[in-house]
Each structure stands twice: as structure tokens, then as C-alpha cells.
Design a protein around this ligand. Sequence first.
Ligand SMILES: *[C@@H]1O[C@H](CO)[C@@H](O)[C@H](O)[C@H]1NC(C)=O
Ligand SMILES: *[C@@H]1O[C@H](CO)[C@@H](O)[C@H](O)[C@H]1NC(C)=O
Ligand SMILES: *[C@@H]1O[C@H](CO)[C@@H](O)[C@H](O)[C@H]1NC(C)=O
Ligand SMILES: [Zn+2]
Length: 604
Amino acid sequence: MKGSTLLGWASMPAALALGIPPTQVVLPGKITKGLKTLTSFASKDEICPQAPKVAVPADGLHESVAFLKDEHFRARQAQRLSRAVQVPTTVGDFATDPYDKSFEPIVEFQSLLKKMFPRVHTKAKVEHINRLGLVFTLQGSDPSRKPILLMAHQDVVPIDDPSDWTHPPFSGHFDGEWIWGRGSSDCKNTLIGLMSSVEDLLSQEWHPSRTIVLAFGFDEESHGFLGAGNISTVLEDRYGRDSFEFILDEGGTGLRNIGNDTSILYASPAVGEKGSLDLVLDLAVPGGHSSVPPTHTGIGIMAEIIYELERQELFSPRLDPSHPSYGMLGCQARYSPDHVEPWLSEKLVHGDPESLAEALADSRGPAVRYTLQTSQAADLITGGVKTNALPEKISAVVNYRVALHMTADQLRERAVRIIEPIAKAHNITLHVDFAGSANPTGMFDGTGDRTLVLSPLMEPLDPAPISPTDPLTSQTWARFSGVIRSVFESHSNPLTSKSSAESETIPKVVVTGDIMTGNTDTRFYWSLTENIYRWAPSREDGSYNIHTVDERVHLDAHLEGVMILSDPLTNGQIEIENGMASKVVASMVEKDVQPRNWLLPVNL
Ligand SMILES: *[C@@H]1O[C@H](CO)[C@@H](O)[C@H](O)[C@H]1NC(C)=O
Ligand SMILES: *[C@@H]1O[C@H](CO)[C@@H](O)[C@H](O)[C@H]1NC(C)=O
Ligand SMILES: *[C@@H]1O[C@H](CO)[C@@H](O)[C@H](O)[C@H]1NC(C)=O
Ligand SMILES: [Zn+2]
């Protein structure tokens, strides 16, 4: 996206903001600087270009909207998800052995899947990777098309005090609207949605043209090495690098309105992830009796280190056009000009990446700040055993989420810069124990019994590669976002349309990439494709409380998530000639297509 084309946002005519084809809009004279005419928007330089809706092939499958309305289907889906939540597949931190007894619920969960989804289990190849990783492969009829990979995880985060919950955390209670319990929205809804889609497609004698792979790890909430870590190796060996059309996993910011404007619905799959580093500090100093202490005990020294880490070389936010949020803000400025900061368009065009980012972080709060800035949180500390004994071993862990413009290496270097003078002042030998990184030269080397070791808790992770989101050049994104538009422009918000006549509006859907501040199992799959979409298509008020008490998902939100996994998504393709937009742009004049159904209502 080029800066010059952003010039006109502040005074963009309302007609343009509402998606009237750009070629029909005449640009007011005073903002034409740098632009010939707005027809140049129908090219690579358009602000927030949207793919056309994807037309439904006439092959007799049911319409997707029926699934929101079919009572049998609704009841069965509530029951499926509820039963899945009832199996407490919790995973703690640092699981290392798939044969550990704590994984027994995963075994039970898999036998439940087998009962609930018999067709998937007979028609797909079923594989267990590293005992509990589950991979289903449905062979496509057209080997020239790349396979697609649909992901979710079987495990859930543990619960704290069950008595804090409105309904017991593993009851899978369905109150007629909401399915309650741990995992209901992170992410058994996704897993059950995927299985349900495929099960019901298969019940309609559906034959995918592409190969469809479903891959479910079992320790995502404990970093994913056992599940996705091992599955990814198998898939890369089997299919090779860059072998998948796209990957779809949990995540993203779902579907949202801005302010109270329900006429535009933003769909924001995450197309990037921040990196992460858990920096471990292990300090060892001589012990002794507390009555004859040194000026600074090991705890005092560790406190000084953390104090300085929180005060020196502070991180700042940055937002330039390479960051997916830049494109997202461009979309908001184009389609919701009355609902964003009055200065947004101007700053996107003229602001430097630092001041633009700082202004946004101030205006939108910490959740947005940390999509643009590295975070640092001292999360663990231990040390000392007794009031009359000096502490000998003190450990702390500081968690970093690496902003897109930084690397994990830079964070290690910063930590060494800040900590080295402190170590020196206290006569402590500093060791930097990162694989592949030598101790910096000239580092103070004290003696023997006073040492500080800096190491990563696990392999540091750099920010993920950004997946392409220009529908004019990426046919994969064009199809993916076109299917999203087809599905969500086909009906009004089921969560509000029952209670208020005013919200019967069918929105215009704007699809735009976003990033995640946390990590998903896709961290293991970067080599398989450049197109990695992390997106649970859940509306803003369709699920609550991931990772805490009273996690729940609205049945309608779950059903809409099932709807997106359509056959148009898995089978079709958009042709883009010469890397340019001719056909896409030509078809931007929308026909009113209904997304096709891929699920067959059957009796329970
Ligand atoms: C595969 O699982 C084993 C344990 O079963 C683990 O040690 C290893 O790190 C995993 N592989 C990857 C690539 O994460
Ligand atoms: C939407 O919010 C704006 C202010 O945020 C207010 O002026 C306007 O009346 C609201 N519109 C509706 C339909 O509630
Ligand atoms: C550093 O510690 C060693 C023993 O661990 C001691 O011999 C030396 O004098 C100390 N140096 C300073 C400057 O305190
Ligand atoms: Zn999850």
C-alpha cells in the first residue's frame, strides 16, 4: 500500500466509504495530489481492497444459513460440543511425555470423537502422531491442487477453583443459548466445528478436490511440542515445504463492529504472531547465617536486576505499512470514518511509525499497544528457605512477547546490557547460556561461587512471517476472505436479531488481517505455507472468558463457526492473472450469492 493513495481518507466521500465501486466516484479536486484519479484504486494501490464474494457452485448441497435455523441440527451441535467439554482434557505446564497418566482424558476424548464422527473415522485416514496427536487425511481427487490444513487443539487450560464457576467447569451445561465450560470457546468449539463440517459433508457424498488434512495437537496450552511439534515434522516429511494452500487455526479477533455501527462487520483473521522469549535468571551466591549478612543478599541483587529491567531501554510501539494493523486501520478509516480517531487518516499518511503507534496506543489502550510493542513481564521468582539462612539460589523468569519489528536476539542482547553492570558491581560471574550465542566478550568474569546464568526456558521464538492479505495479488486470501464475506453477508447477527428489530441489518463485511500477541500451534507450521490464518469466526459477544472462570460460547456463534468451513473454501480457487487483479476487480460488482451449505441436517 503506497502512502500517496492514503491521502484522501479524511475527506473521502461517504459513497466511497460504503463500497460503491471506486470507478464511479469522482475525487474532489483539492485532494488529488499524488493521484491521477480514483480509478487507480482499482489496482494494487486500493485502500483496503476487498475480494468478491465467492459464488456457490450448483451441486445440490444445502444452504449454510439453514444450519442456524434447523432445530435438529442446533440440538445435535449443542450436544456434541457439550459432550466434548465434559471430558477434562486439561494440560499443565511442561508436559514432557505423551504416555504420562495426566493425558488419559485425551484418550477418552478421542474415543468420544470416534463415536460422534463415524464417517470421518471411516472415510479419512486416521493417524496418531506421538501417541495423542490426531491427524485425519481426506484424499482429494485433484492431485494438482495443494492440500489445506485445518487445525485445533484437544487440550484445555486447567481450572482454578471450581466453586467460582456458575456451572461446574466440566459440565458442558447448555442453558438453551450458551454452552458453558472449560474449552467451550478455546477451542473445542473449533475442533467440534471442523469435525462436524467434514462429517456432514461426507454424509452428502462429498468428495473434496483438494486433500483436506485435520491436525489436532494435545498440548497447545503447554507450548505444543508434543502434539503440533511432532505433527509438523510428519507433515513436512510427507508433503514438503510450501506444500499447503493455507492453514486455518484458532485465534484472531473474530467478527466485530466499530462503535455502535452495525452496518460494517470487520472480520480479522490473524496473519501474524508476536515472538516470545522466557528469560530465566539463575543466581547462585554463598549462604551463611542471617545475623552476619552481606550488604545485598541474592534476593536483593535479583530485585535490583528486575528493577532495572523495568526501567532501562524501555520498549516503544511502532507501526509501519508492513504491520498488518496498518492495513486494518486503513480499512477502518475507509469504511468507518465516523467511528475512528479524527486524526487517524492524517497520521496514517503523514505520521512517522513511532508517533503514529504511540498515538494509537494512547488512544486505544494496552490491548492495542501490545500489538505494536514488545511486552516484558517478570512472572516468576523463587529464593530463600528460612528466615535465619541467607538465600543461596534465586531464580526468576521474565516473559517477553516480541513485537514484529524486533527479534528475540535483540531482547537477549538488551538484557545482557542491563544486567552486566549489576553483576559486575556485585562481583558476580555472568554466563549467557543461549544455544548458538557465545558469551559477549569483555564480560566481567568474577570467581567461582557467585554466578548468574541467563538462559531461555525454551527455544526463543521470533515473530511469525506475515501472511499475504492483498486480494489483488494473493488468490488464496481472495478466496478465503471471499468466503467469509459470502457467509457473513448472508444473514443478520443471530445474537442480537432475536431481541431487537433494529439490528436485522445485513452488514457489509470487511476482511482485514490482524496479529496475535500470543502464540498458537501454527508456530510449528511456518514451513508448510505462507498462508497461515488464525481465526475463530466468533462474534464479539459470542464467547467469553477464555482461560478463566465461566468460559462459554453462544450456540449461534459456534454454528456460525461451522458455517465458514464451506466447500467453496475447500474446493474452489480464484484465478488471478499476471499477479494482477483483472478478474477480481471485474467481479467486485457483487452478485447476491447465497453461500452454499455443506452440512446436512440429519436426525440426532
Ligand atoms: C516431539 O515429542 C517429543 C516427546 O515425545 C519431544 O521431546 C520433541 O521435542 C517433540 N518434537 C518437536 C519437534 O517438538
Ligand atoms: C452511536 O454512538 C454515537 C456516539 O458514540 C451517538 O452519537 C449515536 O447517537 C449512536 N447511534 C445510535 C444509533 O445509537
Ligand atoms: C570477588 O569475589 C572473590 C571471591 O569470590 C573475591 O576473592 C574478590 O576479592 C571479590 N572482588 C571484589 C571486588 O569484591
Ligand atoms: Zn487455544
